[in-house]
Every structure is written in C-alpha cells, then in structure tokens.
Design a protein around this ligand. Structure first.
Ligand code: HEM
Length: 511
C-alpha cells in the first residue's frame, strides 16, 4: 500500500490484461476481480485507467471499498485520500445522524458521563461483534450464534436488557465502564438505541428479544426463590433461552379469547397444558416458554420448559427468519405447579405489568432506526448525481429531508423526556402515570416511521426496493417498520390507551 503511481502510469492500465482505476486518490488493480464484479465487467473496462471516484460513489456503499481493500495497490503520487472511513465505535459526522445529546456542539440536561461511557462502549461492541453477524444472519435466515450470546452475557448486555434493577447490582458492565447500580432508564434507552444500529430488523428480534419480555415476568412473579434464581442465572449467562408465548391464531391481544388450557392434575402437583401459540419471537430456539393459559376460573401464566410435548415450527414473516418466529404446540405437557407466575387465575396482571418496558424499548429502537434512515438519505442525497447535480440540490429532496428530520428530532426529544420521568418514578408510579404517554409515543413513533419509510424509498428510487447495495437499509426498513407498529400493542390500541388513561384523571368538575 505504500507504493505510489503517477496518474499517467495508471492511465496505461486500460487493456484486457491489466485493468486499473483510481478511487479517492488510491489505485486499484481490478484485473482479477473484473469477472467477479457484481456490476459486470463492461463498466470496469469502461473506466480502466481513469479516476472512477465519482462513478464509484454514485453506485456503492462505503463498506464495499472496505471489504475489497486488498484490491488497492497504492496511492497516486503526491495525493492524499480524502474520504473518511469510520472506525468501530465512532460517531457519525453526518448532520442529524446522531441524537442531539451526542453531537459535540450541543448540551443536554439528561445525560451524565456514565451514559456517555456506556454509549461509547456499546457502539464499539455493536460495530465489532453484533453488526457483522447481524448482517450475515439477516441474509441467510439462521439464528444468532452461541458465541455472540456468550460474549453479550460476559459483557453484561443480556442483564442490562431487562432494564434497571437488582439483577444488575454488583455487575461490572462492559468490562466496568459503569457499575450495575448506576444503570437507569436513560442507560436503558442508550442500550436499545445502540443495539438497533446493526440495521437488521429480523436479527434485532432474534437477538434475545424474547428474553427481554419474558424473564422480567419470571423475576417479578415466580414465587419459588431458588427456582427463580436458577432460571435467571441460566438465562442471563446465555446457557438457556426464554420467550413469551401469549398470542394465538385464535386471539392476539384479546387474552380472554385464548384457547390454550392448563388443567390441574388430581393430586394438585402439576398442570397439563394443551394448545397452540402463534408469532412467538425466538420460539424456535427457546428452552423456556412463559405461556398464557386458561385455567379453571380465569387466565394464568406458566413457565413451561421445552420437553417432548412441545413442538415448534418456523413461521415465515416479512422479516428475516433470523428472528426465529415460531408456531408452538403444547400437547399434554406436564408442568409443576411451582412454575406458576403470580396467582392462579390472576395472570392478567403478570402480562400487563411487563408492557410498559417492552413498549419503551420498542420506542427507543424505532426512533433510532428512523434516524439511521435519515442518515442514509442524507448521505445518498449528497453522493448521488442526477441531471448533472447532486440530489441534495433539488428542493423537492430537501423538503422530504426536512420532514424526516423534524419527525426524528421531535420523537427523540419526547422519548428522552419519558426516559427521564421513568428514572424518577417507582415501577408502580410508572404504571399509573406513563402507560398512556408511552402508548402515545409508540403509536406516534411508528406512524412517523411509516412516513419516513415512504419518503426515504422515494428518495432512493429503485435502490430503495433492492435488498443489496446502496438502498439496502431503506429497503429493509420499508419492509419491516410494521413490526414495531403491531408488536407490543397496535397503533390504534395504544393511541386509545393514551386517551383513556388521560380521561381517567379528568377532574370531576365540568371544566
Ligand atoms: C474497487 C472497485 C469496485 C468494487 C470492489 C466494486 C464492487 C461492487 C459490488 C460489491 C457491487 C454490488 C452492489 C453493492 O453491494 O453495492 C457492485 C455493483 C456495481 N458496480 Fe461496482 N465495484 C467497483 C468499482 C466499480 C466502478 C468503478 C463502477 C463504475 C464505473 C462500478 C459499477 C457498478 C455497478 C453499475 C454496479 C451495480 C449497481 C446497482 O445495481 O445499483 N463498480 N460493485
């Protein structure tokens, strides 16, 4: 790479036997690559011997040049490469690509040094370990590797994903960048927002989303202490996997309509479970199912270990099968009564108590993903040349970007304000005061996501419909934003919840 060549020298390599070109002041020998080039050999022959920087960046993502850096044989004499290659862990320099609190010129009342340390460590962890695997698994549809799970368990990431609490006390997170006791809901927000940057919506859920919404219920409601500790240890160490199994083909959010039954054995020591569950995220690889069942006088929640009576079949949805979404069948599964969460026939509270945190995490992710889409659009508009001009020079494009930026900035500001309230409330106060606002935020954030996906696809044109290359993030987002609009409560239900909760507090007087 230390070799230098004059532009005249490069110009001579424009024959079938030797195809060189210049990209960003670096010299590339494409002779042996030409037949493997996904864009074909003709285009490379056309630029042989010339400076192809503008053409290259008009058609490729920055990561392509990184991946194929071995083709680089030197630089142009007297010239220095200009294009910035982001290092793992670095912040984006694209305007509006990062939340305001991470932009050096701005201040925030919410975040202290421990949030910044955690953000930095998580960004590096995600860039180095999660994103490469996420991209691969999203494409081939296989499940998360045990190696990555172990790495996340060691770093305390699995434990952090349950939110603040005693389970973090005494833990040194990410090698000690913060102490578990310091971890609050703003750290929690940072965690969700950094993990989502791997830009792979199916894998994002495949990456232990089931655990985040089920182990919390076990911790809060499983009364047998040694059993609770054993299971928590198994799951947080990554040795066992857990998911939440409530929805059925017969009933989604309508818990009263569920048909999975749990009948007590005559000796009162076991439940026998029969029934099916649908759309169970991570169900394919889980060892434990936190399952909603009909019991004699109501609805109950049971922790069901996988055994021969439990059968899982993969469901193909519009995102990658890396999410391990399953159809689950329980046939005469014998479950000890100590696996009951909360009280028999009073399972509704067990399921409901989990929702705020789940929805909060979803808000964090979808708002951050929207910001990444803005970043992609800003980069593309600055890079893409059409009708002899950069796209950004077209006022119609700037209008679209303005709308997208405004939606992202306002949603992020709302989210930070809610996270701050959560830091200053008990769990019970959160349930009383924040269920409505979180519901409204989730509903608004996913409506915004719809508009952002639509605008971004128009900006990218055909590339926004293509699963590889420049528009791949946009294509993925446009195909998958609905998961956030449906999972954890649909937009309509949550918007309605927000207004109903507000009306409960309406003063009795006629105002
Ligand atoms: C180091 C040099 C190059 C490498 C490693 C490279 C690699 C690639 C790769 C991996 C793709 C697949 C799409 C993607 O992932 O972005 C691609 C597509 C393409 N490349 Fe290249 N390329 C190089 C140079 C060039 C140059 C100089 C041109 C044009 C003059 C060119 C024209 C194209 C075209 C037209 C496509 C198809 C793009 C699309 O469908 O949107 N490539 N290239």
């Amino acid at each position: 790479m230390s070799k230098t060549f004059t532009r005249a020298e490069v110009a001579q390599h424009n024959t079938e036997d030797s195809v060189w070109c210049i990209i960003d002041h670096r010299v590339y020998d494409l002779t042996d690559f030409i037949d493997a080039h996904p864009g074909g050999s003709v285009v490379l022959n056309q630029v042989a011997g010339t400076d192809a920087t503008v053409d290259f960046y008009n058609l490729h993502r920055q990561e392509v040049i990184e991946k194929y850096k071995d083709l680089c044989i030197g630089t142009v004499a007297g010239e220095t490469p200009e294009i910035v290659t982001p290092e793992p862990g670095s912040l984006s320099q694209v305007p509006y690509a990062e939340p305001l609190w991470l932009r050096p010129q701005f201040k925030s009342p919410y975040f202290n040094d421990s949030h910044r340390r955690l953000q930095k460590a998580l960004r590096e962890f995600t860039d180095r370990y999660i994103t490469p695997e996420a991209q691969e698994k999203e494409k081939d549809g296989t499940y998360i590797s045990q190696e990555l799970i172990d790495r996340m368990a060691d770093a305390g990431i699995l434990a952090m994903r349950l939110g603040p609490g005693k389970h973090l006390h005494g833990r040194k997170l990410l090698g000690g960048v913060i102490d578990g006791k310091e971890f609050d809901y703003l750290h929690d927000m940072v965690l969700s927002q950094e993990l989502v940057r791997s830009n792979a919506r199916g894998f994002q859920d495949g990456n232990m989303a089931g655990m985040c919404i089920s182990l919390t219920a076990v911790q809060q409601w499983l009364r047998n202490e040694p059993l609770r500790q054993k299971i928590t240890d198994e799951v947080l160490s990554g040795k066992k996997k857990m998911c939440l199994a409530v929805t059925e083909a017969f009933a989604g959010s309508d818990v009263a309509g569920l048909r999975t039954t749990a009948k007590k054995t005559p000796d009162g020591k076991h439940f026998i479970v029969n029934g099916t569950k649908k759309w169970i995220t991570n169900g394919m690889f889980c060892d434990y199912f936190v399952t909603g069942c009909r019991t004699e006088k109501g609805f109950s929640v049971l922790l069901i270990p996988r055994d021969e009576g439990v059968e899982t079949k993969q469901i193909k949805t519009s995102y990658s099968t890396a999410a391990a979404t399953a159809f689950v069948q329980f046939e005469n599964v014998k479950v000890p009564v100590e696996n009951l969460l909360g009280e028999e026939d009073k399972g509704f509270i067990v399921i409901m108590s989990n929702f705020n945190h789940e929805r909060f995490m979803m808000c964090c992710s979808v708002v951050r993903m929207c910001m990444t889409v803005v970043e992609e659009c800003m980069k593309w508009c600055n890079q893409r040349i059409v009708f002899g001009k950069k796209l950004i020079e077209q006022p119609v494009m700037r209008q679209k970007l303005a709308r997208m930026i405004s939606l992202c900035e306002s949603n992020q500001a709302w989210l930070e304000s809610i996270a701050y309230q959560m830091c200053n409330m008990t769990y019970a106060q959160q349930s009383a005061n924040l269920g409505g606002p979180i519901g409204l935020l989730k509903s608004h954030a996913t409506r915004s996501a719809q508009e952002i996906a639509d605008l971004a696809t128009n900006i990218f044109g055909g590339r926004g419909l293509t699963q590889s290359g420049m528009g791949k993030v946009i294509e993925m987002f446009h195909r998958t934003y609905k998961f956030d609009a449906i999972l954890g409560g649909t937009e309509e239900i949550l918007a309605d919840l927000g207004v109903r909760q507000a009306m409960k507090k309406f003063p009795k007087a006629m105002l």
